[in-house]
Design a protein around this ligand. Structure first.
Ligand SMILES: [Zn+2]
Ligand SMILES: [Zn+2]
Length: 557
């Protein structure tokens, strides 16, 4: 028998077919004896889906847990939650080294400090443009512009060829902070020869180029200068370039910056520690807010998505202990609405407008730009790197398929569309899907992690839709009722259209079912419970049109 060939493979465990929870693995070696490298460890926010009680979604890492002895390390491309948000909760199952640039490492550390009990992850800090090895992988960071400091593409050199894992990127020659996308390095890489590019599809459906962060800074400058009274700017806290632009606009207009919201405070502190706000004035504490004249304030607030617990929503409802807005003040949403958040955000915006506060969004002004490449930028990147294979990732099905079609149009010889869990062989031989690995989702539910395919959340959704009937029966060993049955309805209407109570209807169904059963079957608790359950659900459904969940306890006495 010939031994299995030495291969280079890639498998997305998250982030393909969805925006969020990016987790990719690369494997080197023959089947069953591969060494793995993980790139990013992200989470999703559950907001877009109806998952009552669940806030966060993580990739299911059971495959990595099985393979953890062969997992050489985890590399983080940048500090967005969809790239590193699952690490604190899932790392203890792996305990492998983590590699990141200074800002990403500092933000992870700050996040850990805010979560009691979070693990102390030893992060190996790699400088910008640093080259390092992880197991058999020869790695190098390439700086790319994005919407957070220190976003990196990752060059993965292997005996089978070079992979460029783009991470999140755009081409912005004037990104306000940090270096622009390192075109020279990427062109040089193209000369070295690139086997495969695994890349960001988020904006592959959009023509042209993303505007620059500098254009947003200019608009913010004008809007802050022309504001008659207070100004509040809300944005994604991690967008330090935007915070900086807001601070510069404030200084030019003679306003003091007050930071409102814990996530924003945390980022500001990390950005100061890592040197990204070095020439920016000190910000004022919340206590200064009340004492400054209205035209001398700029508040930087969390809550651009309308999150109920964030600063802006509380200010809009006049619930914030130290920050208020009044008629004539101006609020700028320097952000975009993430799909699924429209309602919450709309509630905050409408609340502000009803109070006579002016609201400015990206619908009418250039107050936000995306951090992802549009088609002309993707075309530039492919021109520089000239990959033989392209694997679209970081996108929903539409983004991935448009990215694939565009790559083919640009002359990329091999394009592979995949789903989470597909294992793609990149070399040797033609690229293609050769296997599948387990890839599912985990829900963060309170303090616990639960598998997405268990009944917990579907049960909770059913409860929220049609309530529950609870029945308790005490039955003697002769098959008779020892007492009246107990019936309790939760989340079910009290009266039928005819004015009967559903309580009585359920009770009658219990008694009728009990009496209709032969004595021998009444003595079998399982048979009795099942019969009563069916009868109660049907009886309620007849009047209500909905079948509740029903739980029957049979107590032998
Ligand atoms: Zn990102
Ligand atoms: Zn991302």
């Amino acid at each position: 028998m010939t031994p299995p060939p030495d291969e280079l493979v890639f498998a997305p465990l998250g982030g393909v077919g969805e925006i969020g929870m990016n987790l990719a693995i690369y494997g080197l070696g023959p089947e069953r004896r591969r060494t793995w490298l993980a790139v990013d460890f992200g989470m999703s926010i559950a907001g877009e889906e109806h998952l009552p009680g669940v806030d966060l979604i993580y990739p299911d890492i059971r495959y990595l847990v099985e393979e953890r002895r062969n997992l050489a390390g985890i590399v983080l491309t940048h500090a967005h939650e969809d790239h590193f948000g699952a690490l604190l909760d899932l790392w203890p199952q792996l305990k492998v080294p983590v590699y990141a640039t200074p800002f990403t490492a500092a933000l992870l550390q700050a996040k850990r400090a805010g979560e009691p009990g979070a693990p102390d992850i030893p992060v190996k800090i790699i400088p910008l443009s640093g080259r390092f090895t992880v197991g058999p992988f020869d790695l190098e960071f390439v700086s790319v512009a994005h919407s957070i400091p220190e976003s990196n593409a990752l060059i993965i050199r292997t005996p089978h060829g070079i992979v460029l894992h783009t991470g999140d990127w755009k081409i912005d020659p004037t990104p306000v902070i940090g270096p622009p996308t390192d075109e020279a390095r990427l062109r040089a890489l193209g000369h070295e020869g690139v086997l495969a590019l695994v890349g960001d599809s988020t904006n592959a459906i959009r023509d042209g180029r993303s505007p620059s962060e500098v254009d947003v800074a200019k608009t913010l400058g004008e809007l802050v200068a022309s504001a008659p009274a207070r100004v509040a700017i809300t944005t994604f806290a991690s967008n330090v370039a935007r915070l900086r632009s807001a601070a510069v606009a404030a200084r030019a207009a003679g306003r003091e910056v007050v930071v409102v919201g814990r996530a924003m405070e945390r980022i500001v502190q990390v950005a100061r520690e890592t040197g990204y706000l070095e020439d920016i004035q000190e910000f004022r504490g919340l206590d200064a807010y009340g004492s400054l004249p209205r035209d001398r304030i700029l508040a930087l607030c969390t809550g651009s998505q309308g999150e109920g617990r964030a600063a802006l929503a509380r200010i809009a409802e006049a619930q914030h202990p130290s920050v208020t807005l009044d008629r004539g003040d101006r609020v700028i949403f320097s952000s975009r609405t993430i799909p699924g958040n429209e309602k919450e955000e709309g509630r905050v915006i409408n609340g502000l407008i009803r109070q006579g506060i002016e609201v400015i969004t990206d619908r009418t002004h250039l107050v936000h730009v995306s951090g992802h490449p549009r088609r002309a930028e993707i075309e530039d990147m492919y021109g520089w790197v000239r990959p033989r294979i392209v694997v679209p990732v970081h996108g929903e099905a539409l983004h991935l398929s448009e990215h694939a079609a565009f790559a083919r149009k640009l002359g990329v010889p091999e394009v592979v569309l995949s789903e989470n869990g597909d294992m793609i062989r990149l070399a040797p031989g033609p690229a293609g899907i050769i296997d599948e690995v387990p890839a599912a989702r985990l829900y963060k539910d309170g303090r616990l992690l639960i598998e997405a395919d268990v009944r917990t959340v579907p049960d909770r959704r059913r409860l929220s839709f049609s309530g529950m009937a609870s029945v308790a029966l005490a039955v003697t060993d002769r098959g008779e009722l020892a007492a009246d049955p107990e019936v309790e309805l939760i989340g079910i209407p009290v009266h039928t259209a005819d004015g009967e109570t559903l309580d009585d209807i359920a009770y009658d169904a219990v008694i009728e079912t009990f009496e209709s059963l032969p004595r021998a079957r009444r003595r079998d608790p399982d048979v009795l419970a099942e019969a009563v359950r069916g009868a109660v659900r049907s009886a309620i459904a007849q009047h209500w049109g909905k079948k509740p969940m029903c739980h029957v306890h049979v107590l032998p006495v």
